[in-house]
Design a binder for this molecule. Structure first.
Ligand code: GDP
Length: 460
């Protein structure tokens, strides 16, 4: 007699519809191959073109990345003040260094943006640079005042087709000028294309702007026929929690979410210190979840329902534990009108941001990931933490508007039209014309973000 043991936890879609390569040591990173056990299958498939582009990119990375002869060649004399000393013959290997800055949500969105730009411009991104990388000591200090900052060089007429520097710094932050943000335009690309090393410091999801370069747009349409899946597919490819974080995700999921009939994620980000804010935001969360029928209403009188009770699991993430405590108390003190049960779970309450403290960042990633596994999600306006959570889950979120002058906004929230993150501070014009235009009026697939007042645009 042969006993056949079938492991019911063997994932069916280990390679996420081909977006991941099979060429990988599974035990070293369990989340890569186990994530499909925890996600609902979504109707979005990566295009064959994206898959082939990723496989070619992996070959390029192996040929050019740290540790190769090409990398050694390319770093020789890098950082020498005089560009004439620099070795320019690096063949097909060109590099983008992504600088890790700001919180985790910012980092994840910008890493995806820089990676996509690298795919489009046939560069190689490097996010784990060897410590002896020649510019390492200076990178954190780069800003608009740096002489190799691209926007600054343009303003000073210090760059032209005949004088290509060995490295350039791209400043794509909330305070960037249009000269910094427009690096992707065809005219700029003819200069930047020749530069072997690009150092990018970003804190915005600049992917929507790449569609304004006609050459990139032709590629992008082939890579992402469904335009709102850009971040979703890049994230499935790029971001895989370590075994430590994956343990935190799966333990929480199995204990609090797996048995529920319906799961709801609520991400509460507080950008003010006003004391009255807590109650306003709490009222707003309740108003939004009840109005949008994401949670059952509270009963006005006690009734005896005999039908089977549905279990709603609510995952609340916030630096501040008060929000989940209040919600939990509310559903404990008062029954729901349907008799259904609401169970509230909060993984952590760190109180304040502690970026670069390992355990703090691990908790933040575990919570972003857990939020992405819920059926529905409510997020705070303008928070990149929330943007990553909903986009990674392929979810169209409900966005809690920012309260205006301390009042609960009416309506309290809005359903987003797409699962793409918002480019919060997009440029004020396209590539063709220097005149200020509304970018949301140029292409039918780019529109204003629902949750930002000014320049924010997103793909849909
Ligand atoms: P943003 O500032 O909302 O755009 O998001 P970021 O992720 O870039 O920065 C906020 C940082 O604060 C996170 O990376 C965490 O370190 C911390 N943080 C904010 N909200 C939460 C939360 O709900 N849970 C946890 N664990 N950390 C949070």
């Amino acid at each position: 007699i042969v006993n056949v043991i079938v492991d019911s936890k063997e994932p069916k879609d280990k390679l996420l519809r081909g977006i991941l390569t099979a060429d990988f040591d599974e035990d070293s990173c369990l989340s890569r191959h186990q994530s499909s056990l925890y996600r609902k299958p979504l109707p979005y498939k990566p295009s064959e073109y994206l898959i082939s582009k990723l496989r070619s990119y992996e070959i390029l990375h192996r040929r050019c990345g740290p540790g190769t002869r090409a990398y050694k060649e390319a770093t020789k004399n890098l950082g020498h003040d005089d560009d004439n000393y620099a070795s320019k013959s690096v063949g097909e290997c060109r590099y983008i260094v992504w600088v890790a800055a700001f919180g985790l949500g910012n980092r994840i969105l910008t890493l995806a943006s820089v990676f996509l730009y690298a795919l489009l411009s046939r560069s190689c991104t490097s996010w784990l640079l060897p410590h002896d990388f020649p510019l390492m000591k200076h990178i954190d200090g780069y800003n608009m005042g740096y002489s190799r900052c691209y926007g600054t060089m343009l303003n000073n007429h210090a760059i032209s087709a005949n004088s290509t520097p060995q490295h350039l710094y791209l400043h794509i932050l909330h305070d960037s000028r249009d000269v910094d943000k427009m690096f992707f335009c065809p005219k700029d690309q003819t200069l930047i294309d020749k530069v072997p090393w690009l150092i990018v410091n970003a804190n915005v999801y600049f992917v929507p702007s790449l569609w304004f370069n006609p050459t990139f747009q032709t590629e992008l349409v082939k890579l992402f026929p469904q335009k709102e899946t850009v971040f979703y597919h890049l994230a499935l490819y790029l971001f895989h929690p370590t075994n430590q974080v994956w343990g935190m995700v799966t333990r929480s999921y199995d204990a609090y979410l797996s048995r529920a009939d319906q799961t709801l994620g609520i991400q509460v980000r507080v950008f003010t210190r006003r004391a009255s804010y807590l109650q306003h935001l709490m009222d707003q969360i309740v108003a939004c979840t009840q109005r949008e029928k994401l949670l059952p209403e509270l009963a006005t009188q006690v009734s005896n329902t005999s039908r089977s009770k549905k279990l709603n699991a609510v995952l609340v993430t916030s630096l501040h534990p008060e929000y989940s405590n209040n919600l939990k108390n509310m559903y404990w003190e008062i029954p729901t009108s349907t008799g259904d049960i609401v169970q509230v779970y909060r993984p952590s309450g760190e109180r304040f941001q502690q970026t670069d403290k390992k355990l703090h960042d691990q908790k933040a990633l575990a919570e972003i990931y857990l939020l992405s596994l819920t059926d529905n999600i409510v997020i705070s306006a303008g928070s990149t933490f929330g943007y990553v959570a909903h986009s990674l889950g392929g979810l169209k979120p409900w966005l809690l508007y920012r309260p205006v002058s301390g009042r609960v906004p009416d309506p309290p929230c809005v359903r987003a039209v797409s699962m793409e993150p918002c480019y919060i501070t997009s440029p004020s014009h396209g590539c063709e014309n220097k005149k200020r235009i509304d970018l949301a009026t140029v292409f039918p697939f780019v529109r204003h973000c629902e949750d930002t007042r000014h320049d924010g645009v997103k793909l849909f």
